[in-house]
Ligand binder design. Structure first.
Ligand code: FES
Ligand code: FES
Length: 161
């Protein structure tokens, strides 16, 4: 039986009605109308569906609505706008890091959380943070380069060529 959920997405409140075990991904795409969050594996293995819940990256494909509670959702659309992109979004464009782009929504969300965390980053920390994100185009190195650019750090680990 459907239940009613009040959720906040990118700072805007929405009331949706769905079965409690509906994945957040489908609510975002189907009810809220934000299709930037992608369906990849549906099993928590590829990272394409990543969104932020209270600032923490999570897989929206395996986040049932009943588990959301009061946590605020931020999707890739909420990170920036075409005229005012997030530094990670800008760097992805400047480095021409995307190929087909399917993986990028999730990667940008995770990378933005990392860059915005204020942590002392290096190339290894960036690679580790993005480890769970699959890119079938093999654009990993360009993506890491872009995130490093956004973070203002070198894109290579010491001793790595
Ligand atoms: S679609 Fe969610 S992790 Fe792959
Ligand atoms: S750019 Fe195509 S899957 Fe990553």
């Amino acid at each position: 039986m459907d239940e009613v959920f009040d959720i906040t997405v990118n700072g805007v409140g929405h009331t949706v009605s769905c079965a409690p075990d509906t994945a957040l991904l489908w609510v975002l795409r189907g009810d809220v109308g934000l299709t930037g969050t992608r369906y990849g594996c549906g099993a928590g293995s590829c990272g394409a569906c990543t969104v932020l819940l209270d600032g923490e990256p999570v897989h929206s494909c395996d986040t049932p609505m009943w588990s959301l509670g009061t946590r605020a959702v931020v999707t890739v659309e909420g990170l920036g706008a075409p005229g005012a992109p997030h530094p990670v979004q800008r760097a992805i464009l400047e480095e021409q890091a995307g190929q087909c782009g399917y993986c990028l929504s999730g990667i940008v969300v995770t990378a933005a959380a990392l860059v915005d965390s204020g942590a002392d980053l290096d190339a290894r920390a960036i690679r580790t943070a993005l480890d769970g994100h699959l890119c079938r185009c093999g654009a990993h190195n360009r993506i890491v380069r872009a995130v490093a650019r956004a973070a203002g750090v070198p894109d290579r680990e010491e001793g790595r060529r």
